[in-house]
Design a protein around this ligand. Structure first.
Ligand code: GLP
Length: 241
């Protein structure tokens, strides 16, 4: 794991965008797993801009949705689906077959997990997995637990996750979380984790200065040599204290 500290969110986002662009330039068939939330938005905006201005081909790229709010209609403004379509799929003009994505209202959630697991195997695994860190240490919707999760699975969301700003104060329709598992993240060839702001400082400390434990899923990153952790100064301020 390498940890990089940036003086502000803009610098962090610009560097993340450069890395994302580099991955696609080097490998036009890249399979990129995308986290949502507020932290990566600027990185994606800058990435898309670079891809378009540098005319980098995107017709063989695959985007994989990391997680989803189960129970919301797919086209609800708060879904990870809507976020990824608006920020990445539409501006890069990707086809439907370039997007591997959990249904948000699956009739059989377990079968939906098995379908996504198969799809990831079919495309040959994840080349770059972009992640954020939840205030409670979650990665995707891998919530604090007693055991490490494996592949795609359904979870009961914590109160902390249900208060995420993406839901805009209304979590009444959300019934569960559906997410790639820790093994999917471990197996990714490159992992890029973004965290900024003072509100992440405590969880960053627990994740990187504490023990590796499923009670803090982000702590697994300590064991991943392929992981780059990008923090801004505010998020890093409690490290090594
Ligand atoms: C949500 C998302 C995660 C994201 C996390 C952090 O739970 N489902 O994929 O990484 O929140 O979000 P933020 O960047 O807004 O703090």
């Amino acid at each position: 794991m390498e940890l990089k500290i940036f003086s502000n969110h803009e610098e962090l986002s610009a560097t993340a965008a450069t890395l994302l662009t580099h991955v696609v330039r080097e490998n036009p068939l890249a399979k990129i797993c995308i986290a949502t939330g507020s932290t990566p938005t600027q990185s994606y905006e800058l990435w898309v801009k670079k891809m378009l201005t540098e005319n980098i081909p995107t017709n063989r790229l695959t985007i994989i949705k990391l997680d989803e709010w189960g129970g919301l209609p797919m086209d609800h403004p708060s879904t990870c689906e809507t976020y990824i379509r608006e920020h990445i799929i539409k501006p890069l003009k990707l086809r439907e077959d370039q997007f591997i994505s959990f249904q948000s209202q699956p009739t059989d959630p377990q079968a939906e997990c098995a379908r996504v697991a198969k799809e990831i195997i079919r495309v040959g695994g994840i080349d770059l997995c972009v992640l954020g860190i939840g205030k409670n240490g979650h990665l995707g919707f891998n919530e604090p637990a007693e055991l490490w999760s494996v592949g795609p699975h359904v979870v009961q969301l914590s109160v902390s996750s249900l208060s995420h700003s993406m839901l805009d104060g209304d979590n009444s329709l959300v019934q569960f979380g559906i997410t790639l598992g820790i093994k999917n993240i471990r197996d990714a060839r490159k992992v890029l984790v973004l965290a900024s702001g003072e509100e992440k400082a405590a969880v960053i400390r627990t994740s990187f200065n504490g023990p590796v434990t499923p009670a803090c899923p982000a702590s697994i990153l300590q064991e991943l040599p392929q992981a780059s952790i990008f923090l801004d100064v505010e998020a890093s301020q409690k490290l090594n204290q």
